[in-house]
Write a protein that binds this ligand. Sequence first.
Ligand SMILES: [Zn+2]
Ligand SMILES: [Zn+2]
Length: 871
Amino acid sequence: MQAGFPKIYDPKGIEERLYKAWAQEGLFTPKPDEEKEKFVIVIPPPNVTGKLTLGHVLDNELQDILVRFASLQGNEALWVPGEDHAGIATQVVVERKLAREGKSKEDLGREGFIKEVWRWAEEHRDIIRHQHERLGFAADWSRERFTLDEGLSRAVRKAFVHLYDKGLIYRGLRIVNWCPRCHTAISNEETSYEERQGSLWYIRYPLEDGSGHVTVATTRPETMLGDTAVAVHPSDERYRHLVGKRVILPLMNREIPVIADEQVQPDFGTGAVKVTPSHDAADYEIGKRHDLAKVRVINEAGVMTEEAGAYAGKDRYAARKEIVRDLQSQGLLEKTEPYRLSVAVCERCETVIEPLLSEQWFLQMKPLAEPAIQAVQDGVIRFYPERWKNLYFHWMRNIQDWCISRQLWWGHRIPIYTCPKCGHVFASVDEPSVCPRCAASDLTQDPDVLDTWFSSWLWPFSVMGWPDETEDLKRYYPTATLVSGWDIIYLWVARMIMAGLEFTAKPPFDAVFFHVMIRDERGRKMSKSLGNSPDPFELIDRYGADALRFGLMLITPREQDVCYSEERIKVGRNFVNKLWNSARLLDSLRNGEEAEIPADPTPTERWMLARLAKAADEAATLIKKHDLYNAAKYLYNFYWHSFCDWGLEFAKIAKKSGRSVSCALYCFRSSLAMLHPYMPFITEELWERFSLADHRLFSDRWPEVPSEFSQSPPSVDAMTDLITAVRTMRAELGVGKDTPVPVAVVTSDDEVLSAFEENMLYLKGLARIESVARVQEKPHPSTGSVFGWGAVYLPLAELVSSGRLNLEAERARISKELAKLEGEVKKINSRLTDDGFLSNAPDEIVSGERERLETFTAKIARLRELKEGLT
Ligand SMILES: [Zn+2]
Ligand SMILES: [Zn+2]
């Protein structure tokens, strides 16, 4: 054993040292090479709100694998990293931090607050950068960007002015989702829904002519103060006679009409509904159709306005209580029913959303969506898996105008200016000092900022320097693959496609790789509020980055969301250890040989080379299809079960008779290259330790085994069959693995037989086979296995006569085991025919029972066969 090859792999020091070295060498900054194809990925910039979660690790690991693989494929590979300022999300966390210190953002003022958020953002950018380094990500940090940096801010203004001058940006009065705590409009995608227990209040609205009343049902009685009509469905017989009459709005004593509108659902409540155009999106539409007045009774802080009469100045929920009480005392509350409803809340602060009529900036989306639909339809941009196209098309064909203004302080200030003198309103990329119309100064800028996605949607080209025609933009744009969770297909992916086509006339990427979401062990989405995401960096401390990376790949197939399990990370760790231990073994066998294909490969070496060729081919094909999960499984099985279990074992035995291990070294070297994208640290460490090249693995090439070695010799396949069968039969009969056994073979294939004879060295070494005899038929008593090339038997008479096997005792043991298994099968069968069990037990228990039944039945068949052979 070479001195200095530690017995145990300790990732800590190694990972840190290697990443430092990579960074110092500028390994991930591509060297322009006209010969090479380019492969570029831009990172989905993580929010600077906090630390990375397991979901981020997965998202970024997939990109890292693709970038490293592309480099090994001979591409000029570039991965551009960066972070997102994340408008509302960051503003809310900093506000919370201030609140803990007893301060508010108003105490600091706009400028002071923004300074505070910058401090926070810089601090978290450092944390995120460090976390990426710990994971080994091959990002080019010399190109790192931030969505609020100088260049990107200019890109945002440029894009805004372009769209404004094109007439696509307009100011409009609409019902928006208003968060009274964050004090801003938010998009539908920034709200989430919570099931809550509420009430349905039935309120009587007296008819103005004194002939009775109409009862309406509502879950939000405080909005009634802003009612401007009562509506019923036009074909609702119950109310037809009331349409056109007027009712008196209780508490406000205002006359409002009864109208008929198709949108009313006759089966909700009483079938008559109150209409509040200022506080409900659907009512707003009804109001537009019937030209109803808009009365705003709740303000931006969730407080009742002057229009709310006696309730003005009260919080919306306090007002609700008083309104219900007052209705009751006036005899206008018919009844109250418990009612479960789904309530929209602000995703960031969980405050209940107030739909408000509000003046905001909107971007007209339809004209932008058309070419973006076309690009995906024509396959100019491909989706993996393809089924996500449906969601994309659905959203794009029903696209709504985008509310792009936010009443926040943290973000890109809207570049709209108003002249105090002539009233001219205009957009400008650079801050204007005078009005272009009347040359007046003291222009005022719109106080609002842009939705955070207004910078994210420019990301693939703004990071390259757009709007300037930079070298990077020319060289690295459009990018290759975008990796994203499917949950932001609207918020981000679709919008980037639209922006790319609008501003650069090019699709921003060739392909989108949608990955699954990781859920917790109970299937719930991982979230900060549930506290159910394990800290990935604690996992790295415990298992190492490579183990975490490989383990994660083993839980994430492409198609459905997956549940996290630490067991898989342990599988990753075991694989890292296997890699280390096998390298250590190989190190002890080598004697200054080169890693190369020998001039005269033996059959076992040819067999190994054929396996390697297949693995290199198969894994590359899978990775190109973005099936990183099956590629990981394939590589795992190849390395462990082909290379370690056979190739290395053959080499070890051959070494004893003086054969060089150069072929094993060649396969090992190739394996390191193939595993490198998944496990960059340990592979690089071994690459260095074995001095396999004077360049980094990142700059190496994916293995290409010469095609003359693509066929595996059938005789070696037969040898592995034989060895495996003998090992199994020994275990079944309780014959110790050090006890030599004779083997009888029935075969008509002379080549196979002579291969056995010529390779007794391996048969002895790997299964303690003392002799192989050709027989005409199955010996008695015996146990055996049948293969395509023939059959293998352990002739038992010889084992018995030489005292290596006690037939009686073996038969008794098998009978006992059979009885036990048959008992189990009976129990499972009765469970699986019991309707009570089937309907009550969870699915995974039932399917677990079915699996056990299958395993046991197969075992029973094998034991019966064995028992028969013993008589
Ligand atoms: Zn909020
Ligand atoms: Zn002017």
